[in-house]
Write a protein that binds this ligand. Structure first.
Ligand SMILES: C[S@@+](CC[C@H](N)C(=O)[O-])C[C@H]1O[C@@H](n2cnc3c(N)ncnc32)[C@H](O)[C@@H]1O
Length: 301
């Protein structure tokens, strides 16, 4: 194996950035060149390529092109996440938004939740835990679907295994961890009842048809991924969500993100810390009886 890969030139960075953007909507600003360079240099060495020009050629043609895109996204995506990430937002979700929707769905007892960039699974499993503790024994009466999707197949493999290091619980109360996970050496394994509530599937958010094939959703979580997209991708994705959200559904984003749909479907709920949007027929569950959030936050990011 060669260890003499040449580091990425500015022209190669710009070519790769365009290829990545066209495929995924992820836009690498100039100051993020080092991320591509360091993460893909290791791949060049594995493939015994001498430079990024050869890697770009591999991505641009040949029978292994699709596999290499998957491998590349496994390496260049930032999969940072944790259980119960952003406590204030999740409290509003669990205590206001979720009960409102459960009441509205009481006749059909069907609820569909999509975690649209689920990474290694902490977010959709957190939502499953919330449903489990909200519904308790009534859970068996309900048809709850929770889907976690991501562009990174590698992240989803970890999600499906359901085994996590202590670090995944840095924003999680120990009581919750101890109730829903079993310690096995340095790792914690998720309770089977919670694991069975969540399905995972590879989905590139650039793939509008792929998103449509999965139907409509009562709740969409799309947190901490819009920050990697440019304005056009953000607007396109917001429009996709607008077309897939139930008429009384809710969408939740990360603390520094916004939905920018051109259809005017989404309205912000009035509690700013909810980072939530409602579709036209949904009530604002935080509007009248303002939720008073706890002052201590483990992490807002
Ligand atoms: C920082 S993580 C956020 C995880 C979780 N939503 C949270 O807030 O904790 C961002 C995730 O977005 C995924 N991602 C980036 N671009 C994507 C795309 N075009 N389609 C689907 N997932 C994407 C990455 O693979 C990564 O796992």
């Amino acid at each position: 194996m060669s260890t003499t890969g040449k580091s990425m030139t500015q022209a190669e960075f710009e070519q790769l950035r365009t290829i990545i953007y066209e495929r995924s909507g992820i836009y690498f600003e100039d100051n993020k060149k080092y991320i591509l360079d360091s993460r893909l240099m290791r791949r060049l060495k594995e493939l015994d390529l001498e430079g990024f020009d050869q890697y770009i050629a591999l991505l641009s043609m040949g029978p292994f092109q699709m596999d290499e895109f998957q491998e590349m996204f496994n390496r260049i995506t930032i999969n940072e996440t944790s259980f119960f990430r952003n406590e204030i937002q999740l409290d509003i979700f669990e205590k206001k938004i979720l009960p409102t929707l459960l009441e509205k769905r009481n006749a059909t007892k069907r609820l569909r939740i999509w975690s649209a960039a689920s990474s290694t699974g902490e977010e959709p499993y957190t939502l499953a835990i919330m449903l489990h503790r909200t519904l308790g024994t009534r859970l068996t009466d309900w048809n709850i679907e929770i889907l976690g999707t991501d562009i990174s197949e590698k992240a989803l493999t970890t999600a499906q295994e359901g085994k996590y290091p202590e670090y995944a619980f840095r924003t999680t109360p120990a009581l919750v961890r101890n109730r829903y996970f079993r310690q096995d050496g340095a790792m914690w394994t998720i309770d089977n009842a919670i694991r069975k509530m969540v399905n995972f599937d590879v989905l590139n958010l650039k793939d509008r048809m792929g998103a449509r094939r999965r139907g409509t959703w009562d709740i969409i979580f799309c947190r901490n991924v819009l920050i990697y997209f440019d304005d056009k991708m953000k607007a396109d994705l917001s429009d996709t969500f607008a077309s897939l959200i139930a008429r009384d559904g809710y969408a939740l984003v990360g603390h520094s993100e916004k939905l920018t749909d051109t259809s005017g479907t989404f309205t912000s709920v009035s509690s700013p810390q909810a980072f939530a949007y409602r579709a036209p027929d949904a009530v604002d569950p935080t509007g009248t009886d303002r939720f008073s959030a706890p002052r201590t936050v483990a992490s807002a990011a």
